[in-house]
Write a protein that binds this ligand. Structure first.
Ligand code: KG4
Ligand code: ZN
Length: 339
């Protein structure tokens, strides 16, 4: 079954063709970064406008790269949540229009569930098995969850304030490091001293909060303590990036390792933009008792292949979305806190 995936939840305009849930025939990702960079963040109005301008070309390119015509497509999978409403509406309306005009089914997919599906793509099936612990870390969300199946995912812990990617973006914005903040800080941190300044981890490791994280304290500390940094000799921007990154990722790791210990799950699947972080990847690869599966870098961020891949599993079960389907800014595919 050949599925056309469409992803327009934020600032990547992406279309992909995936066969039978895991074989990527094409995955075109057009990034809007240069249009948002002057503002150091995503401007929702610009994002939806660019999606409108690009969606047709991006989809045509995905079909061309897959060597297919639109009539060869069996169904469409599209992100309908969570994300920027205006941006989501562009992809969803486009998918509905193709579905209606060609009389083929479409399925609306939750973007965060799709991030957890990314490692199954490109013959990853069989290498990754349920159940596993999911670490979903993006610009808008931070979840530590238990995945028992592609649609059976229970949130164990989350952030009590900012998302981890958002903290990277805000620190980078404050210091004018560049945009998007996560990748820039990751790069700068390589040459910084992560011990130059110590930030405390949030006191969230007990009781009900064992798997939760918090970033507003760290973000504010990094943003407001420039005077303290300056008192240290030869303190550089790279040191700020490195100290911040270390604390942000160690916070995440503490909650994740608590969840691994308590659930007995040793397989971990990471997804979302922050899963590209090199400090996170290095630290997790050093845990010999954990098996950490990271999607390839181009599948960590937003892409339509993960949407088409996940959509396949709903479609083969006969599930369809109706033309009344609408978008939502919130995640809806998860079960409540476990147990
Ligand atoms: O999943 P994603 O592409 O879009 C959302 O659904 O939000 O994630 C984007 C987030 C941004 O906050 C970005 O700064 C962060 O992922 N990010 C990183 C890295 N690459 C992207 N954060 C830390 N280290 C990176 N290497
Ligand atoms: Zn995402």
């Amino acid at each position: 079954m050949k599925i056309l995936g469409i992803e327009t939840s934020c600032d990547e305009c992406s279309a992909a063709v995936v066969e039978d849930g895991d074989r990527i025939l094409s995955n075109v990702i057009a990034t809007q970064i240069p249009f948002h960079a002057p503002y150091n963040g995503v401007v929702p109005e610009i994002a939806s406008r660019k999606h409108i301008e690009w969606i047709h070309t991006v989809t045509s390119e995905a079909l061309e790269k897959a060597n297919l015509k639109i009539s060869d497509i069996d169904a469409i999978a599209v992100t309908s949540r969570p994300g920027l409403s205006g941006s989501l509406l562009v992809g969803l309306s486009f998918a509905k229009a193709i579905s209606w005009s060609l009389d083929i089914p479409f399925i609306a997919v939750d973007h965060m569930l799709a991030h957890l599906y990314a490692p199954f793509l490109d013959r990853g099936q069989g290498k990754v098995e349920y159940p596993f612990l999911g670490l979903l870390v993006s610009g808008g969300h931070t979840f530590i969850c238990r995945a028992d199946n592609f649609n059976d995912i229970t949130v164990l812990g989350t952030t009590i304030d900012d998302a981890v990617g958002e903290a990277f973006d805000k620190v980078a914005k404050h210091y004018n490091f560049g945009y998007p903040g996560g990748a820039v800080i990751d790069k700068m941190a390589q040459t910084g001293d992560s011990e130059a300044f110590r930030f405390p981890l949030p006191s969230l490791h007990k009781g009900d909060h064992r798997y939760d994280v918090s970033y507003s304290g760290l973000k504010n500390a990094v943003v407001n303590q420039l005077d303290l940094f300056k008192k240290k000799e030869n303190f550089t921007n790279e040191d700020i990036a490195s100290c911040f990154q270390k604390t942000a990722i160690e916070t995440l790791l503490r909650a994740l390792l608590n969840a691994a210990e308590d659930t007995g799950l040793s397989n971990i699947v990471a997804g979302g933009g922050v899963a590209a972080n090199s400090y996170l990847r290095n630290r997790l690869s050093k845990h010999s008792n954990l098996r950490c599966i990271f999607p390839p870098l181009d599948l960590c961020g937003d892409n339509a292949a993960m949407i088409a891949g996940l959509g396949y599993h709903y479609l083969v079960r006969g599930e369809r979305s109706s033309l009344n389907e609408t978008v939502s800014a919130r995640v809806s595919g998860f079960k409540k806190k476990y147990p």
